[in-house]
Write a protein that binds this ligand. Structure first.
Ligand code: NAP
Length: 244
């Protein structure tokens, strides 16, 4: 049985990835920061469907975050086949408004944490493993609403190319999956319950709808499968054709 760590798996895209991997017969470490109830629900859903999962709590973006995460993880596992760096935050603010604090927070959660999670996971990752980072379609589209967020996602996409080269001799692939606008809590404030916002968001995708978390999870399921063994160092666009 393969083992996966999915960060930010209590809600949204990470939740859908955890559920999908659970259905594939992967044992899933369901990571979360604060919403333990939501994480437990994901674990229960996986186990009730016949899979295996357990929760792992660690707030990312603070001192000692990665050690907290791996101390909890290593109580349950002695190896990893799949690492999905999904946990991330969004802070809006154009170039004129973004504060150094917001910038640092975005980089701490979206770049520093996944960087050192990969580093810490190296001795656990088995040959032939998979590293996937959830980035964003904003790395190839202008997004003045948050240049700092854009910079974090660009940073990890660039990093992944180098990590792919580094880990390739071990048969470990490293890829980014970049969603477009997806209906999760991250967008709830402006998207949910507002038909005009829904319509505008849907209009950005060639496929003319807002993405669902499952749309992204299915792409991740492909990237971690044996079918994707020859795919590494790249970005899989999962935006429904946004910005075409
Ligand atoms: P979400 O619904 O807000 O869920 C965020 C998840 O990450 C939760 O499980 C949360 O845990 C965890 N998390 C957040 N901050 C954390 C921290 N500091 N430490 C540890 N865990 C933390 O987000 P989402 O929309 O699913 O986004 C997932 C990923 O997709 C992110 O990297 C995001 O940038 C990317 N993305 C999203 C969209 C979109 O439209 N939604 C588009 C492009 C890219 P708790 O439940 O414990 O809070």
């Amino acid at each position: 049985m393969r083992t996966a760590l999915v960060t930010g798996a209590s809600r949204g895209i990470g939740r859908a990835i955890a559920l999908r991997l659970g259905r594939e017969g992967v044992r899933v470490a369901v990571h979360y920061a604060v919403d333990g109830t939501a994480a437990e629900e994901v674990v229960t859903a996986i186990t009730e469907a016949g899979g295996e999962a357990f929760p792992v709590r660690a707030e990312l973006g603070v001192d000692g975050d990665v050690e907290t995460l791996f101390a909890a993880l290593e109580k349950e596992v002695d190896g990893l086949d799949i690492l999905v760096n999904n946990a991330g935050i969004f802070i809006s603010g154009g170039i004129a408004e973004v504060t150094p604090e917001a910038y640092d927070r975005l980089f701490a959660v979206n770049v520093r944490a996944p960087f050192f999670i990969v580093q810490r996971a190296l001795p656990l990752l088995r040959d032939g493993g998979r590293v996937v980072t959830i980035t964003s379609g904003v790395t190839r589209m202008a997004f003045p609403e948050s240049p700092a967020y854009v910079a974090t996602k660009g940073a990890v996409e660039v990093l992944n190319r180098t990590l792919a080269k580094e880990l390739g001799p071990r048969g470990i692939t490293v890829n980014s999956v970049s969603p477009g606008i997806t209906d999760t809590d991250m967008n709830a404030g402006w998207l949910r319950g507002d038909p005009r916002a829904q319509e505008e968001a849907a209009g950005q995708a060639a496929l003319a709808r807002v993405g669902a978390a499952e749309d992204i999870a299915d792409v991740v399921a492909f990237v971690v499968s044996d079918d994707a063994r020859w795919v590494t160092g790249t970005v899989l666009d999962a935006t429904g054709g946004s910005g075409l």
